[in-house]
Structures are given as C-alpha cells and as structure tokens.
Design a protein around this ligand. Structure first.
Ligand SMILES: NC(=O)C1=CN([C@@H]2O[C@H](COP(=O)(O)OP(=O)(O)OC[C@H]3O[C@@H](n4cnc5c(N)ncnc54)[C@H](OP(=O)(O)O)[C@@H]3O)[C@@H](O)[C@H]2O)C=CC1
Ligand SMILES: CC(=O)N[C@@H](CCC(=O)OP(=O)(O)O)C(=O)O
Length: 349
C-alpha cells in the first residue's frame, strides 16, 4: 500500500508557496491539507489566485503549529528570511517534518548568516540538525532528515555546474568567477521599485555585487568539494523575464581538457540522477529549455587559447530552484523515487 503524506505550506500566498501547490496537485503520494498565511487566514486561497480554483479549495489557516500538526505530517516553509528560524522549533516539537525553502538553515556558521543576511541566525542546534538538500550532491544524507534546508536558487544552478569539476580537480577553484542572471520572480511577490515593470522591462541590471547572501552558501559547498576554504566572485543580474536562472561560470583548467572530457566527468558524476542533463558537442542550454521543469541543464565551452572553461547552467528558479527541489527532497526523505510527481516536460516555447 502506498503512503500518502499530508502537507502544509506556510507562505502559501508567495511565489514559492503557490508553485508548491501547483506541483503537489499532481503528486501521487502527497495531499496538501493546509495552506497557511500570516496575513489572510480565513479566506479561500483561490480568491487571490483564481488559477487555483477547484484545485486548492480550503481556507487559509493561521500560523498555528498545533493546528498544523492536527492536519499535516510535513510542513514546507516558503517564508522570507528570518521567519523559518522562529517557527521551525515549534513545528519540530510537534513532531512535524520541516522543509525550509528560505536561507535560514543553510549556513552552518551563525556569524556568517548574521553577516550576510543582517538578521539573527537560527539556534546552533537547528543549524546542526538541518540537512542541506542539494539532492544530487548530498542526497544520501537527506533520507530520514526531519529538518531539511532547501538550497537557494542561484546556489542550485551554480553548484550543480561546478561541483563535479572541482571534485575531479579539473579546474582551479580559486580561479572561479560566477556570473549569474535571474528572472524577476526570483525576488518574490512583494512589490519593490526595482522590480516595477517600467524599471525592469527592456532593462538589464547588476545588483548586490560582492554582497549577495548566496555567496557564503556557494563557498560552503565549494569548500567542501575542494577540501579547503574557497572564496569566490559571484555577480547577480536581473533579467526582464519572469522565470529562469542562468549561471555562467569561468575557471582556469588544471590540465589540457576538451569539452568532451567535461561531458564524460559530469555524466559520470550525475549518473542515475534524473534531473541533471548534460549537453554534449560544445552546446549549452538556454533558460527556456528548462522552464516549468525540475531540470538543471549544463553545457561547456573549453577555450584552449586561455586554458579556461566556461560552464553554463540553467534552472527554473521556482522549480529546481525552490518548490521542485523541495519536493525532490521530500521524496528522498520518504525513501521514494526522487522524481515522483516531478516529471514535467519543460514548457516550450
Ligand atoms: N522566488 C524564488 O525564486 C525563490 C525563493 N526562495 C526563498 O523562498 C522563500 C519564499 O520566497 P517567495 O515565495 O519568492 O517569497 P514571496 O515574498 O513571494 O512570499 C513569501 C510569503 O511568506 C509569507 N510571510 C511573510 N511573513 C511571514 C511570517 N512572519 N510568517 C509566516 N508567513 C509569512 C507571505 O504570505 P502571507 O502574508 O500570506 O503570510 C508571503 O506571501 C524566501 O525565503 C525566498 O528567499 C528560494 C529559492 C527561489
Ligand atoms: C531576483 C532576485 O532578487 N533574487 C533573489 C533571490 C532570493 C532568494 O532566493 O533568497 P534566499 O535563497 O536567500 O532565500 C536575490 O537575489 O536576493
């Protein structure tokens, strides 16, 4: 008999939360039994999101751990930074499994979080307890976790594109430069001047240079892969599109390699992993080739003239970068096939 897990979503009215509802509506072993809002409890969610009519029919619940426990087994926290660290302890105390989509449980060092996020960090015991759910790298430790920290959108695209080459010693980790671009939904549903239509349409801008909160998360995993402390340059840009992240990464090679050497190393590393697709023959992916799906597509361009490789990695920020990877993590936590409920073909064109 197959298990059905009952799920609650806190932050259900945000982009990550609404995407969780969309994806879980098609999951054969998950039922969304509670959608939670800190500002609109008591209203039907479809009132604000008519695309969910007949799909999510319940009323929004209050943020009340005991109420959530009476309805659910697992809770997704799709809340702004600084919220999950406050709510997770009481949810865990109720015996719920917690999957945190925010940055609150990703950095193991409290001081690092406080430096980059400018907020109070979660208590150390919860940072120690949290498993960092970059599925294709740390998937083995996800099974059985009760506090799962879902990686950031930029780190997901970037790290999946770098870890196999760093682990194999094919590139010098100290030489890596990461040039990343995101669609506007990456900033969430809240309004801000920078994301206003007239500000971003037909515009392309760099932001948070050398100050982005995903820098320590990327460095934490790169250092783990390299076996020594790595610092890196990571630059973010906002692109006038709704969904999608492209991370373009430059690194000096430690030897003489061709594109196909990277292709075979990456195909080996990701063997059996459904959601990473490696491009061959010197081709590299575009964001539309993964839109709406849980895929991360990666391609390479070796330059023998400079002895550098350029690695291009793309994801849909709301799927592999957030809700899709969170469900992939739930699948692994439950001991299910990681692709359960996630086999979407990208939306094209
Ligand atoms: N957008 C993206 O591409 C990605 C986002 N993330 C991370 O996921 C999290 C959610 O992002 P996103 O959905 O884009 O953000 P949004 O701003 O779109 O949504 C966040 C939701 O959190 C709820 N919320 C706000 N304050 C509280 C609170 N104190 N208690 C409970 N709920 C609260 C709000 O809903 P209400 O008022 O109804 O409670 C709001 O709709 C963030 O931490 C983000 O950084 C991670 C990867 C990618
Ligand atoms: C386009 C855009 O603004 N993107 C956001 C991504 C936010 C995010 O996902 O934040 P956490 O992973 O830290 O929770 C940013 O660059 O800050």
């Amino acid at each position: 008999m197959s298990t059905v897990v009952k799920a609650a979503i806190i932050g259900a009215t945000g982009y990550g939360g609404v995407e969780l509802i969309r994806l879980l509506a098609g999951h054969p072993q998950v039922e969304v039994t509670s959608v939670v809002s800190s500002s609109s409890a008591g209203a039907p969610i479809a009132e604000g999101f008519p695309h969910l009519l007949e799909i999510q029919t319940g009323m929004l619940d209050d943020v009340d751990p005991a109420l959530i426990k009476s309805k659910a087994d697992v809770v997704f926290l799709a809340t702004p930074a600084g919220v999950a660290s406050k709510i997770a302890p009481s949810l865990l105390a109720e015996g719920l499994k917690v999957i945190d989509l925010s940055g609150d449980h990703r950095l193991k060092d409290r001081a690092e979080y406080e430096t980059w996020y400018k907020k109070e960090a979660a208590a150390q015991e919860y940072l120690d307890r949290a498993v960092f759910g970059l599925c294709e790298v740390y998937g083995d430790s996800v099974r059985g976790a009760d506090l799962l920290s879902n990686p950031g959108c930029f780190p997901t695209a970037t790290l999946l594109g770098l870890v196999p080459a760093v682990k194999a010693g094919m590139i010098d980790p100290a030489s890596i430069v990461i040039d990343a671009k995101s669609g506007v939904s990456g900033a969430g549903r809240g309004l801000s001047l920078g994301n206003h239509y007239a500000e971003i349409n037909e515009n392309f801008k760099a932001y948070k240079l050398n100050k982005h909160q995903h820098i320590p998360e990327i460095e934490q995993v790169l250092s783990d892969a390299a076996g020594k402390k790595i610092v890196t340059t990571f630059s973010t840009h906002l692109v006038p599109m709704t969904r999608g992240i492209m991370s373009t990464m430059y690194a000096t090679m430690n030897g003489t390699y061709a594109n196909e050497d990277f292709v075979s190393q990456y195909r080996n590393y990701y063997e059996g992993r459904h959601f990473v697709r490696i491009r061959a023959n010197g081709t590299y992916p575009a964001t539309k080739e993964v839109a709406g799906s849980n895929y991360c597509d990666i391609g390479f361009a070796v330059d023998p003239r400079t002895n550098r490789v350029t690695i291009v990695s793309v994801i849909d920020n709301l799927v592999k970068g957030a809700a899709g990877q969170a469900i992939q993590n739930l699948n692994l936590m439950m001991g299910w096939d990681e692709s359960l409920g996630l086999n979407f073909v990208p939306v094209y064109p």
